[in-house]
Design a protein around this ligand. Structure first.
Ligand code: COA
Length: 445
């Protein structure tokens, strides 16, 4: 069908759209709360005629049969930029693999690896306006790059998606087919912040001055931080992911975006994941722009902000300052996402700072998250030469520009008290930090 056809002429059923997929094809999809649920669900129903079909996904929200069911083994393979809860369970089953990436290069590098070729793009969008424009709504992380590269573009239209502004517009003429699926949007369950998270939030907030621009990452801690920031003035948002806490900050008057040095007056981000409150806030909001991940997360773009503060979470940090946020030993857990992008970008900004905030213990206090050396198999998310500031509920460790022995001292100070002595002993035994203190030379500069 020609690209000049109207919406009504391009409207087909979900099974008809999936019937266009053939064996050995590669399907790139919209991500997270924008994932094309109807199309991805239908894949499993057509498995008998499909072999070696790859999907390119990122942070899937739902457990799709084509990806979860072991019977799908020879039919489908999942290439995944960022694991969600369900993906961790099937990682070891041989039907899914993580794609190492920095988020601002995710789509570009994947297309580079495929020789620029993508057979199919499946996205989601709002119904079109009277001129035929649709909004790609809740994510622009990889979507526009994949849509432009794909031979066949199908959008799943959902009238519940908010009409977001920025670079989200797509015209019906750029799309081959549309299907309709007006399902409720995926919402993250919101849990009240724990005492430990709130304490971490207070320390992080102490590093954030009025007029700063913020990026907040994914997980329980970034949301907890916002409650300590409601009294700040003239904050700005330049983030990868919009969350509910940012709406609270806006409504409290703490976020005005008035001091931003780029995208002044606007909150910018690449995707949104939260509750209906967030999605309603984004709908037709002239104060918010969704931009492509390759823009929001480019460290050189982030670094143009004045007083840019990035806050992300980790699973483990070692005394050298190596940060692991994406695996638990050999077990792949999530992904780098934009952690390194934003951490580095913040340091390039005048008055900026990259913060890694984590609980000092895991497994109900049984293990320390600050360790002599990352566990075997850990994937390094922020290398030691890029690390800036680490925060736990016991305080703040400033590591940027510090020597290994200064880093060890600063990190052990914010380790849970039950593990401090043991950590020193191990660090010295392993020779990570020089044991002999030369008389007259201070330990911490
Ligand atoms: N050793 C073993 N297990 C650990 C651990 C450690 N050092 N640290 C945490 N865990 C366990 C927790 O106990 C928890 O287990 P449970 O699910 O059985 O309770 C699980 O790992 C998750 O830990 P938690 O701290 O609750 O995770 P979170 O939901 O707050 O997410 C990250 C934290 C680091 C996984 C998440 O922020 C992430 O993936 N970050 C990387 C990407 C990123 O930061 N992108 C930024 C831009 S959006």
């Amino acid at each position: 069908m020609g690209r000049t056809a109207t919406y009504a002429e391009k409207l087909i059923t979900i099974p008809e759209a999936v019937a266009m997929v053939k064996s050995n094809m590669r399907i790139g999809t919209a991500i997270a709360a924008s994932e094309p649920t109807g199309l991805l669900t239908e894949l499993a129903n057509q498995k008998e005629r499909l072999f070696d079909v790859h999907t390119w996904v990122c942070l899937p929200m739902r457990a799709y049969e084509y990806a979860m069911n072991p019977e799908m083994a020879e039919h489908f393979f999942v290439d995944n930029w960022f694991y969600g809860v369900n993906d961790r369970k099937v990682h070891s089953q041989g039907r899914m693999s993580y794609i190492p990436n920095n988020l601002h290069r995710a789509a570009t590098d994947k297309l580079y690896a495929s020789g620029g070729k993508l057979d199919v793009f499946w996205g989601t969008a709002t119904p079109p306006d009277e001129r035929g424009f649709m909004s790609l709504s809740l994510s622009l992380v990889v979507e526009k790059e994949l849509l432009k590269a794909a031979d066949l573009v199908v959008l799943e239209i959902n009238e519940n998606l908010p009409w977001t502004l920025g670079d989200t517009q797509v015209h019906i003429s750029e799309v081959d087919y549309v299907v309709e699926n007006h399902i409720p949007l995926f919402e993250l369950p919101s849990e009240p912040s724990s005492e430990v998270e709130l304490k971490i939030g207070e320390y992080v907030a102490s590093l954030i001055e009025d007029g700063s621009t913020l990026q907040l990452g994914i997980g329980g801690i970034p949301n907890a931080i916002t409650s300590s920031l409601v009294d700040r003035k003239e904050l700005g948002i330049h983030t990868e992911m919009f969350n509910d806490g940012m709406v609270d900050l806006y409504e409290a008057g703490a976020v005005t975006n008035s001091k931003k040095s780029i995208y002044k007056g606007k909150m910018v981000g690449a995707f949104a994941l939260g509750s209906k409150k967030l999605y309603d806030f984004l709908n037709n909001n002239i104060g918010v722009e969704l931009l492509q991940g390759r823009v929001t997360n480019d460290p050189y773009v982030i670094g143009q902000n004045y007083k840019m503060i990035s806050v992300n979470t980790a699973l483990q940090v070692d005394v050298m300052g190596q940060v692991c946020s994406q695996s638990i030993g050999y077990r792949h857990f999530s992904g780098t996402g934009g952690q390194l992008d934003t951490h580095r970008g913040a340091q390039l900004s005048e008055g900026g700072r990259g913060i890694i905030a984590l609980r000092s213990t895991a497994k109900k206090g049984q293990i320390s998250t600050i360790v002599p050396i990352l566990s075997a198999g850990s994937e390094v998310t922020v290398p030691s030469q890029c690390v800036d500031t680490v925060v736990t509920e016991y305080g703040i460790a400033e590591l940027r520009g510090r020597s290994l022995r200064e880093r060890a001292a600063a990190l052990i100070k914010i380790t849970h008290p039950d593990f401090r002595d043991q950590l020193w002993e191990e660090v010295e035994k392993l020779g990570i930090v020089p044991k002999v203190i030369v008389p007259g030379i201070s330990f911490v500069s």
